[in-house]
Design a protein around this ligand. Structure first.
Ligand code: ADP
Length: 257
């Protein structure tokens, strides 16, 4: 996409020529298009749970819900409200990353960060009888701590959400020959081949209803992508449908001394 700018060249108040400027605005137009698309998606994603909350609470306050169904209605309102909070948290993370502001790097102990994530998600894993194993070199990483936490948290959260009952998850962070390799391997449903390079797009989901029903916002992996790129890393994804997936990233060795 191009924009044409015509500007007169003057000498002693007389136009002696014109300067034609062709500006390539493809990138700008694309960014604008993405922003528009994102706002439309966010509005839609916010509206759906709010409609459920409104409808359920109206029925409850009108007293037309059978007493044995009241608990289900309240549970539904609670889970839709939780999804709204997650969606808003994810939007805050995305706008922080979009702004391109510089964030504070700090040295953190990689093992304890992974441990914190596992503790935060332990009860979700227990609910599906999923066991989590961690293997991690004793590495002090120079990173933006809350962004690195988001990377690991979103990957493990997905590994639980798209896993089978009784499944397994292996989290590893190791110093490889040319990079720090973060891998989260699950024994879940896997990802179809033609979706592999789309799962990092905002609001892309292989199965919308599965993602929604399990509390997904459709933004987790796009936050992972931005956060990985912020650290100069490269995404890694490998998956076999029906068997499981390994998603992670390679980070520059210069992140540790
Ligand atoms: P969501 O909130 O829907 O999980 P994400 O951005 O985290 O959004 O992931 C995008 C989509 O990628 C998911 O809806 C799901 O279809 C797929 N996906 C992500 N992680 C996994 C995984 N570990 N196993 C299978 N599918 C996955």
């Amino acid at each position: 996409e191009y924009s044409l700018v015509i500007s007169p060249i003057c000498e002693h108040d007389r136009a002696i020529g014109f300067c034609l400027l062709f500006l390539d605005i493809t990138e700008k137009a694309h960014a604008e298009e993405l922003r528009r698309e994102f706002s439309a998606n966010v509005s839609h994603e916010l509206k759906t749970p709010l409609q459920t909350i409104l409808a359920s609470s109206e029925l409850l306050s009108a007293g037309v819900v059978k007493s044995e169904d009241v608990k289900d209605f309240i549970t539904k309102i609670h889970s839709e409200a939780s999804r709204l909070v997650s969606l808003i948290d994810d939007c805050i993370s995305i706008s922080e990353l979009d702004e391109g502001s510089t964030m504070q790097f700090d040295k953190i102990n990689a093992y304890s960060l992974i441990d914190d994530v596992v503790n935060a998600l332990q009860s979700a894993a227990d609910n599906k009888k999923i066991s989590i194993n961690t293997s991690c070199n004793d590495i002090k990483l120079n990173c933006v701590p809350h962004l690195f936490y988001e990377i690991v948290y979103n990957l493990v959260d997905n590994a639980i959400r798209y896993n089978k009952v009784g499944g397994t998850i292996e989290i590893s962070l190791k110093r490889g020959p040319s990079a720090f390799e973060l891998r989260v391997k699950d024994s879940g449903i896997g990802i179809p081949k033609d979706s592999l390079d789309r799962i990092f797009e905002r609001f892309y989901r292989v199965d919308k209803s599965h993602s929604r029903a399990s509390g997904g916002t459709g933004l987790g992996l796009s936050i992972v992508k931005h956060a990985v790129l912020y650290h100069g890393g490269k995404l890694f994804v490998e998956s076999t449908l029906g068997k499981g997936s390994t998603i992670g990233a390679d980070f520059p060795l210069s992140m540790a001394d």
